[in-house]
Design a protein around this ligand. Structure first.
Ligand SMILES: Nc1ncnc2c1ncn2[C@@H]1O[C@H](COP(=O)(O)OP(=O)(O)OP(=O)(O)O)[C@@H](O)[C@H]1O
Length: 646
C-alpha cells in the first residue's frame, strides 16, 4: 500500500466531512455513488432543495464586525441587551401591561354577574358579564400571543448579537488566555450561559413583569373593595411570604453559582477527553476517565439536587401560606357578609383576586430560577468580555508596506510567567532573503522565538523589528499577512481541501491552489481522490497522516506567498520518503524569502544559510553549518551524535 494509501477522508468519510459553505458547497450537485456518504445531493432531491432554499428567510447582516482593538462597548447587562432592541422591547412592555389588565378583568365581571345579575335576577346583566368575560379572555389570548412573538424576537436578536460579540472577543484574545482558560469553560459560556439568557428574554422577563404587575394591580383592587379586609388578609400573609422569599433568594444565589461552576467543570472534562480520545484509548485510560467524569457529573448532580431541594421547600411553602390566607379570608369576609358589610359578589371577587395574588408567587419561584441563571450568565459573560488581549494593536497602527524581510531581535527578554524568564537579552539579525535555523535542547525557547515574530506574544523588554519597524507599531493584519507560519502541529479544519489550503488567502484561484499543491508534491494524491480539491478533510485533519498534514501546512503557507516564513518544525518522526518530500517542499517555500526555522532535525538546519544554537542561557553559537562544524563547539557535538544515529 502506498504511503498516502487512505487518501483524504478515505472511504469512511461521513457527514462530518462535508465541505464548509452549506448546501451549495456540498459537492457536485446530484452526484451519487461516489463512495462517500452524504457528499452530494441526489438529483431527485435537488428540486426539493431549491424550493426550500427559495423559502429560506433572509437574515439581516448583523452589525457586529471584527476589530483588532476592543471597541470599548458598554459593559454587558440585561438592560443594555434589551436597550439595543428598544423598539421590540417597548412593544413587549406595552403588550405585557395590556395582557395583565385583560387577565384581571375576570373576577370583576364575576362580581358584576353575581351582584347585579344573579341577586336582582337581571338576565341581561348576567349575559353581558358572561360575554364580557369571553371577550376579555379572547383579547387576553391575542395580547399574550403578540407579546410572546415580540419577546421571542427580542430573545433571538439579543442573543444572536451577544454570540457574535463574544465570538469576536474570543478571536481578539491573545494566546495566553487560551493557555489559562479551559476550552470547556469557554464552550459553557457560549452554550448554556447564552441559552439561559435566551430563555430569560423569551419568557422570563416578560412573565416577571406580568406576574409582578398582577400582584400590584390585585393589591390595588383588593384595597378598593375593602380596605380593612385587604389590610388584614395581606398583613397575615405578606410578611411570611417576604421572609421565605428572602431566604430562597439567598439559598438560590449559592445554588445557581454552584450549578454554573460545576457544569463548566463537567464540560471542560468532556472536551479534554474528546480532544485527547486517541491518547486516552492508547493508554487505556477509559476506566479512569469514566471515574473522573463521574466525579464531575456527581458535583453537577449535587448542585442540581441542592437547587431542587430549596425550590421544593419554597414552592409548597408559599402554597400553604396562600391557603392559610384564603381560610382567614373566608372566616373574616364571611362574617362581614353576614353583617351586610360586604356583598356576596364582592367576597367572591375578593377570593378570586386573592387567588390571583398568590398564583404569581408560584410562578415567580420558577421565574426566579430563570432570573438567577440569567444573572449568573451575565456575570460570567461580562467577566469574559472584560478580559483584555495582552497583545494589543497600537491605537494608530501603521500598515506594514510590502517588506524586504529583515528581522531584528534587539535585547529581547520574555517569559510566560514573570518569575520564569524564557528569553534573556536575545539579539538576532536575519537579513532579507536569509534563512536562519535555530537548534537547541527541548524547552530552550526556540518555539517562543517563532511566536514572538508573529506577535502571538509581546516581549517583556526589548524590540522586534521588521524592516526597521517595531512590531508594536504596525497593524496586526498587515504584519500577519506577510508572514507565512507553519506551526509545529499543523491544524486542519473541517471542510474541503480547497478551503484548508486557501485558508490564508481565501480569494486564491484554482490555478494558485494547484501551484501550491505542486510545490509540495501532492498533485498525484489530490487527483487520485474523485472530488479533487473538494475532497473533505475531517476535524483537526484527523483523516490525513501527520506527514500529509505537514505538507498541507507548507502548501497553505506557500499559497499566501509571504515575504517571511516562520516554520516550527514538527517533532514527529516521518519515514524517509515523507521526510524527503517535506524537505523538497521546504526548499520551494523558502526560495527568496527570509525565514526563521525552528529545526528539530539537523538535516533541516543544514539547509539554512545560518544556524544559531541556543540553550536556556541564550544564543551560544552562530554560523553556517561548515563554520560551526569547524568551530568544534556545541553544534559539532550535536551533529556528531545525530550522524551516528542516522
Ligand atoms: N504557553 C506557555 N505557558 C507557560 N510556559 C510555556 C508556554 N509555552 C512554553 N512554555 C515554557 O517555555 C519554555 C520554552 O518553550 P518553547 O516551546 O519555546 O521550547 P522549545 O525550545 O521550542 O522546545 P521544543 O524543542 O520541545 O519545541 C519551556 O520551558 C516551556 O515549558
Amino acid at each position: 500500500m502506498s504511503m498516502f494509501g487512505g487518501g483524504f477522508g478515505g472511504p469512511g468519510s461521513g457527514p462530518g466531512g462535508a465541505p464548509m459553505g452549506g448546501v451549495g458547497g456540498a459537492g457536485p450537485k446530484g452526484q451519487s455513488g461516489s463512495g462517500i456518504p452524504f457528499s452530494g445531493i441526489p438529483a431527485e432531491l435537488m428540486a426539493g432543495v431549491e424550493r426550500l432554499e427559495a423559502n429560506e428567510p433572509t437574515h439581516p447582516v448583523p452589525r457586529e464586525t471584527f476589530t483588532q482593538r476592543p471597541r470599548g462597548e458598554r459593559p454587558l447587562s440585561m438592560f443594555s441587551m434589551a436597550f439595543a432592541h428598544r423598539s421590540v422591547f417597548v412593544w413587549a412592555v406595552l403588550l405585557v401591561v395590556l395582557e395583565t389588565l385583560l387577565l384581571q378583568a375576570g373576577p370583576y365581571l364575576v362580581q358584576v354577574g353575581i351582584d347585579h345579575g344573579m341577586v336582582p335576577g337581571d338576565r341581561k346583566v348576567l349575559l353581558l358579564a358572561a360575554s364580557g368575560f369571553v371577550v376579555s379572555v379572547i383579547a387576553g389570548w391575542l395580547a399574550t400571543s403578540a407579546r410572546i412573538r415580540q419577546t421571542g424576537r427580542l430573545a433571538a436578536d439579543a442573543t444572536r448579537n451577544l454570540r457574535i460579540r463574544v465570538f469576536g472577543h474570543l478571536q481578539r484574545l491573545s494566546m495566553d488566555y487560551y493557555t489559562e482558560e479551559k476550552a470547556g469553560v469557554i464552550m459553557t459560556r457560549m452554550s448554556s450561559d447564552i441559552e439561559a439568557l435566551q430563555q430569560l428574554f423569551q419568557e422570563g422577563l416578560a412573565q416577571f413583569a406580568v406576574q409582578g404587575l398582577t400582584m400590584l394591580l390585585v393589591t390595588v383592587v383588593l384595597f378598593s373593595y375593602d380596605v380593612e379586609l385587604a389590610a388584614i388578609t395581606l398583613l397575615l400573609v405578606v410578611p411570611l411570604l417576604l421572609a421565605t422569599s428572602i431566604w430562597f433568594r439567598r439559598a438560590s444565589d449559592v445554588g445557581y453559582g454552584r450549578q454554573r461552576d460545576t457544569i463548566a467543570a463537567m464540560f471542560s472534562d468532556l472536551s479534554e477527553s474528546l480532544q485527547g480520545a486517541r491518547v486516552v484509548t492508547a493508554h487505556n485510560r477509559q476506566d479512569r476517565n469514566v471515574v473522573n467524569h463521574r466525579a464531575f457529573t456527581g458535583r453537577y448532580r449535587d448542585a442540581n439536587d441542592f437547587t431542587g431541594h430549596i425550590a421544593a421547600i419554597y414552592g409548597p411553602g408559599t402554597s400553604v401560606i396562600g391557603m392559610a390566607g384564603m381560610a382567614a379570608l373566608l372566616f373574616i369576609g364571611g362574617r362581614m357578609v353576614l353583617r351586610n358589610e360586604l356583598s356576596l359578589g364582592e367576597l367572591t371577587a375578593f377570593v378570586l383576586y386573592l387567588n390571583a395574588f398568590f398564583a404569581p408567587v408560584q410562578q415567580l419561584v420558577q421565574l426566579y430560577t430563570n432570573y438567577q441563571q440569567g444573572r449568573a450568565a451575565v456575570t460570567k459573560l461580562r467577566e469574559l468580555l472584560a478580559v483584555q488581549p495582552t497583545v494589543l494593536e497600537h491605537p494608530e497602527p501603521v500598515d506594514l508596506p510590502a517588506v524586504r524581510g529583515e528581522i531584528k531581535f534587539k535585547g529581547v527578554f520574555f517569559g510566560y510567567q514573570e518569575s520564569r524568564p524564557v528569553l534573556k537579552n536575545v539579539n538576532l539579525h536575519i537579513a532579507p532573503g536569509e534563512t536562519v535555523a535555530c537548534v537547541g535542547p527541548t524547552g530552550a525557547g526556540k518555539s517562543t522565538l517563532a511566536k514572538l515574530v508573529t506577535r502571538l506574544h509581546d516581549p517583556d523588554r526589548g524590540q522586534i523589528l521588521i524592516d526597521g519597524v517595531d512590531l508594536r507599531l504596525v497593524s496586526l493584519s498587515s504584519l500577519r499577512r506577510q508572514i507565512g507560519v507553519v506551526p509545529q502541529e499543523p491544524f486542519m479544519f473541517v471542510g474541503s481541501l480547497r478551503d484548508n489550503l486557501a485558508f490564508a488567502k481565501p480569494e486564491a484561484t484554482d490555478d494558485e491552489i494547484w501551484a501550491a499543491v505542486d510545490a509540495v508534491g501532492l498533485r498525484e494524491l489530490v487527483e487520485r481522490h474523485e472530488l479533487g480539491l473538494d475532497a473533505p478533510l475531517h476535524e483537526r485533519g484527523q483523516s490525513v497522516s501527520s506527514g500529509q498534514r505537514q505538507l498541507l501546512a507548507l502548501a497553505r503557507a506557500f499559497l499566501a506567498q509571504p515575504r517571511i516564513v516562520v516554520l516550527d518544525e514538527a517533532t514527529s518522526n516521518l519515514d524517509l520518503r515523507s521526510e524527503l518530500r517535506v524537505e523538497q517542499a521546504l526548499d520551494r517555500l523558502l526560495e527568496g524569502r527570509s525565514a526563521l526555522l525552528i529545526a528539530h532535525r539537523l538535516s533541516t538546519a543544514m539547509r539554512a544559510d545560518r544556524i544559531i544554537v541556543v540553550d536556556e542561557s541564550g544564543i551560544l553559537e552562530t554560523g553556517s553549518h561548515t563554520e560551526l562544524l569547524a568551530a568544534q563547539g556545541r553544534y559539532a557535538d550535536m551533529f556528531a551524535t545525530w550522524s551516528a544515529h542516522t
